[in-house]
Write a protein that binds this ligand. Structure first.
Ligand code: KG4
Ligand code: ZN
Length: 320
């Protein structure tokens, strides 16, 4: 079953084709317009999706050599309502025109299951840490559609903290990849930062961000590389600390990572040292993409699910 997956929940306009052999085409257009604003502007995002989506879908179909897929799936939420609507309505229209099944996918479930596209892939039950610009949540995944939240952030998402620290240092948006790169040249011990904890499993990143701000006020000459390295060491420590605790408690040793922050070099390096069986999507499929949506949708379609074309978007759709 060849499935076209469409993703437009934030600032990536993405379309992919996936079948039983894996990813056939994966086209992602990242909107540049938000860089000037230092963050995603919802109205611009929706308009830019509307302008670009058709070309992105056409490119994906051409790359996969597919004229008509067997089903169309699209992100139904959570995300920016205008942005989600563009991809969701376009996906429904394509499905209606082609006369193929349609299914709306939860963006977070797309991330959560994204490691299943890889080889080796985790098998149920596994732990999944979805760590992105909008979410930092650790799930227990027992089966398709059977997820429970073990831990989550009580304030900022980890990616959001990366973006805010990058902004403090005047580094540009999105900040994660830039901080990641600079941190590799810095000394984390030069900028000792706290490891804030909300509870023994939940995260809090707001205090860490404030500690970075305080450090910059007190040490205006601090090397940006060292600040990035110190901040990143703290983020990676707390992410892996909670994940390891959850593994101890549940007895589940497989840990899958997903979301933009899962592209982080230090997180990938240190995760490999935890002694757990860790799984990462390739870097290009950590950030938002159509393959993860196509994959999650395809799994549900194979399990017998479809959605009526009367389905609406769910901008605040939680998982588990
Ligand atoms: O999954 P994603 O593309 O979108 C959301 O659903 O939020 O994640 C984007 C987030 C941004 O906050 C970005 O700064 C962060 O992921 N990010 C990174 C890296 N690459 C992207 N954070 C740390 N290190 C990276 N290499
Ligand atoms: Zn995402």
């Amino acid at each position: 079953m060849k499935v076209l997956g469409i993703e437009t929940s934030c600032d990536e306009t993405a379309a992919s084709l996936v079948d039983g052999t894996g990813v056939l085409a994966d086209v992602v257009h990242t909107q540049a317009i938000h860089q000037a604003f230092g963050g995603v502007v919802p109205e611009h995002a929706a308009r830019a999706h509307a302008e670009k989506l058709q070309a992105v879908v056409r490119a994906a179909l051409a790359e996969a050599g597919v004229e008509k897929p067997d089903a169309v799936v699209a992100t139904a939420g959570p995300g920016l309502i205008g942005a989600v609507l563009v991809g969701f309505c376009y996906g429904k229209a394509l499905a209606a025109g082609w006369g193929v099944p349609f299914l709306g996918v939860n963006h977070l479930e797309g991330h959560l299951l994204s490691c299943l596209l890889e080889d080796p892939a985790p098998t149920f039950p596994f732990l999944a840490l979805v760590v992105s610009g909008g979410h930092t949540t650790l799930y227990r995944a027992d089966a398709l559609g059977d997820y429970s939240v073990l831990a989550s952030t009580v304030d900022d998402a980890a990616g959001e903290a990366y973006d805010k620290v990058a902004r403090m240092l005047g580094l540009g948006y999105p900040g994660g990849p830039i901080v990641d790169r600079l941190a590799a040249q810095g000394d984390p011990t030069a900028v000792p930062l706290p490891r804030p904890r909300a509870t023994d499993l939940d995260w809090s990143f707001s205090g860490l961000k404030t500690a970075v701000r305080q450090h910059l006020i007190q040490n205006p000459d601090a090397r940006p590389e060292d600040v990035c390295a110190g901040f990143q060491a703290a983020v990676v420590d707390v992410l892996l600390d909670r994940a390891s605790r959850a593994a101890e408690r549940t007895g589940i040793r497989q840990l899958a990572f997903a979301g933009g922050v899962a592209a982080n070099a230090e997180l990938r390096r240190r995760a490999a040292e935890t002694g757990l069986e860790v799984f990462f999507p390739p870097r290009s499929r950590c950030t938002d993409n159509g393959s993860m949506i196509a994959n999650a949708g395809r799994m549900h379609l194979l399990a017998g699910a479809t959605h009526p074309l009367s389905m609406g978007v769910q901008p605040r759709w939680s998982l588990g």
